[in-house]
Ligand binder design. Sequence first.
Ligand code: HEM
Ligand SMILES: *[C@@H]1O[C@H](CO)[C@@H](O)[C@H](O)[C@H]1NC(C)=O
Ligand SMILES: *[C@@H]1O[C@H](CO)[C@@H](O)[C@H](O)[C@H]1NC(C)=O
Ligand SMILES: *[C@@H]1O[C@H](CO)[C@@H](O)[C@H](O)[C@H]1NC(C)=O
Ligand SMILES: *[C@@H]1O[C@H](CO)[C@@H](O)[C@H](O)[C@H]1NC(C)=O
Length: 329
Amino acid sequence: MVHPLLSFLLLFQTIATATPLRPGFYSETCPQAESIVRDVMYKAMIREPRSVASVMRFQFHDCFVNGCDASLLLDDTPTMLGEKLSLSNIDSLRSYQVVDEVKEALEKACPGTVSCADIIIMASRDAVALSGGPNWEVKLGRKDSLTASQADSDNIMPSPRANASYLIELFDKFNLSVKDLVALSGSHSIGQGRCFSIMFRLYNQSGTGRPDPTLEPKFREKLDKLCPLGGDENVTGDLDATPHLFDNQYFKDLVAGRGFLNSDQTLFTFQQTREYVRLFSRDQSEFFKAFVEGMIKMGDLQSGRPGEVRNNCRVVNHRPIDILLESIA
Ligand code: HEM
Ligand SMILES: *[C@@H]1O[C@H](CO)[C@@H](O)[C@H](O)[C@H]1NC(C)=O
Ligand SMILES: *[C@@H]1O[C@H](CO)[C@@H](O)[C@H](O)[C@H]1NC(C)=O
Ligand SMILES: *[C@@H]1O[C@H](CO)[C@@H](O)[C@H](O)[C@H]1NC(C)=O
Ligand SMILES: *[C@@H]1O[C@H](CO)[C@@H](O)[C@H](O)[C@H]1NC(C)=O
């Protein structure tokens, strides 16, 4: 006779096991799912071109913190500090309402079927494809988390000050290679960043009281004008010279010393990453191939914790205990 508490725990274990992801997961239950997501993303892009970049960034900030489980999208509750206000996300992540629009359209077509975690994965792919980048088949079938962790986000997500050796180690913890790191950083081919993220680089790199010496002088002048000392640090600048086009311009900019973030430029400064930057700057199809591989690997990260399909991406339907009780009933 198994002790009741033990069988309780065993059950938890079975439902917590990571589900296998596969293409076409919704082909029976919601065959229109992928075209609905693409359609809402297209309309968002027409309305505000930057919004698709902002949505694409969600995949990184979701998947690195306890797996791709839409924990990122949960609002704070009286008992839970969510990830929206973490160091890297506060005043920075944006366009949450685009995900809400996608969810609303999907709930209309197929209620309670498509997870918010899968929406982030589909929408990120669509952001790239709609911006002129590669298109690819995504694996689906993720569940949405029942909790979020601000502390985990604070601890994990890298600062724009990070150097390449730090980033190599961080990505390695997620089984992402040096090539994956450089290719995935190429996501900064679209979108913008705030002056807040580069002030130290412009005026006090590594506490020297001087700017980052790897900044190309003309580019530095331009950034100094955009982000003067004492100015509004919420002002934004383009992450590369073609911020609405997903292309390899980002890597050409790095070779020319025109990277926006320190974490970008360091990929060319450090020897371990430099050759990949050069390769991608010369060969866009190599970049696209490596980027797709990286996005698929990053999309495979799972927490193994129990989950559900949320009705609303910002709030959970059930508490963890409800899920346990339901699974026993
Ligand atoms: C390698 C480490 C990375 C660091 C340190 C980093 C850091 C940043 C920072 C600081 C910003 C600007 C935020 C602001 O100033 O408010 C940004 C923007 C962005 N990041 Fe990253 N990032 C990294 C990797 C990635 C990855 C892997 C992706 C996606 C695959 C990604 C996608 C984006 C996008 C699309 C934007 C522009 C968002 C917008 O315009 O709203 N980043 N990133
Ligand atoms: C890179 O950053 C890490 C962590 O911030 C630091 O300890 C290390 O000294 C830096 N490496 C180089 C070569 O600057
Ligand atoms: C990385 O790969 C190892 C070996 O396959 C595996 O045990 C580990 O769980 C993986 N880590 C992550 C974060 O996926
Ligand atoms: C530059 O950074 C160093 C170290 O963080 C700090 O001690 C110094 O006060 C800063 N200088 C300025 C002008 O902000
Ligand atoms: C940016 O704007 C937000 C409000 O939208 C404000 O709370 C924050 O302090 C500003 N941040 C900077 C760095 O100026």
